[in-house]
Design a protein. Sequence first.
Length: 317
Amino acid sequence: MLDLARGFTFDPRELVPQHLRDQFRVDVHWNSISIIRLGDDREIRLSRNNGVYVQDMVSCFDYYFSSVLPTASRSGAAGRQVVDFSSGHDQRIVGFDDFPIHCPSLAEPYMTCQQYLEFAQLAPGDVVIDLGAYSALTSIAFSKAVGPAGKVLAVEPDAKNRASCMVNIERHRKANKLENITMFPVAVGGQSGHITFSSEGSMGSAQANIVGTHRGTVVSVECKTLGQLVAEAGVGKVDFIKMDIEGSETEAIAASEELFRRFQPRIIVEPHAVAGGSTLEPVRALLDGYGYECSVIEQYGVAVPLLTAMPRTQQAG
C-alpha cells in the first residue's frame, strides 16, 4: 500500500518496484510523466503533480490502463496506445456506456463500482452515502440502482474533483432522467469545523495532517461528522455507505456510533496507510463493536483490500 505521506521531493522513477524495472520505463517531462510498459509499448501518462502515483500505475498497470479507452500517441511513437491522466478531460470508461465521464486526472475503473454494487445490494428507494465521490461515477452508479425514489448523498471536499462531479451529474440528469444526487462540498471526519486539506485534483486528496502539505494546494475546508451530514440532508434512513476518504475513515466511524446503531447501513471501506500503519484493523474493531460482521475482501485489480461490514441483525435475517 502506498504511504499517503510520501511527498514530492523524489524522482518518480525511484518509485518503480525493483522487480519491475526491466518491464517499465518512466520518462519525466516538464509537465507530465510517461509510464511505458516495454514489450507491448503501452503508456500511462500522469501529471508531474501526481508523480506519487507512479508506483500504483506500475504495480497495477493493467487495472488502470484498461479502465478507459486508450488513444493513439501523438508524440511520434508509432503504434503506441496511451491512457492520458495528465490533465482533466473526458474519458470513455470501459463498462460504462451512458456518456463520457469528465475525470479530474485519474479515472475510476468501473469494475470497482461493480464491486461496490455487488455488496450493497441496493433496492429502489434506498439512501446511499458516497464518501469520496471523486468524479461522481460511483454516485451515478448508485443513483441508477436506487432509482427516482432513492437518494445519493455525494461528498467531495476537493474543488477540482467536485467540478468534475457537477459536470457528470448534469450529464447523468440529461441522459438518465434522474435527479436524486445531492452534492456536499465538505469533508467527513471526527468532528465539525474546518480542517487543513491537501487538494490535488486526484483520488488522493486528503487531510493535510495525513498526507502532508507537499502533494497539492493546501486549503481550509468544512468538515462534518456523518451524523451532521445525515441531519442536514434530512433523510430518515441510510442503507449503504461507501467510504474512501484517504485515511480519515477511523475518526469518521469513531464519531458515528449513534448513526450506525440507529440506521444499520451496510458499509464498504477502503483502508489506507497512515503514519506507517493501516486503518483496516482500527476500523474493523470499531464496526465490530457497533454490532457488525466484518470481512476483508480482495479489491478487483489492485493490492489494496476492501473492508465490508454488515449488521449482524441483517445476517440473522
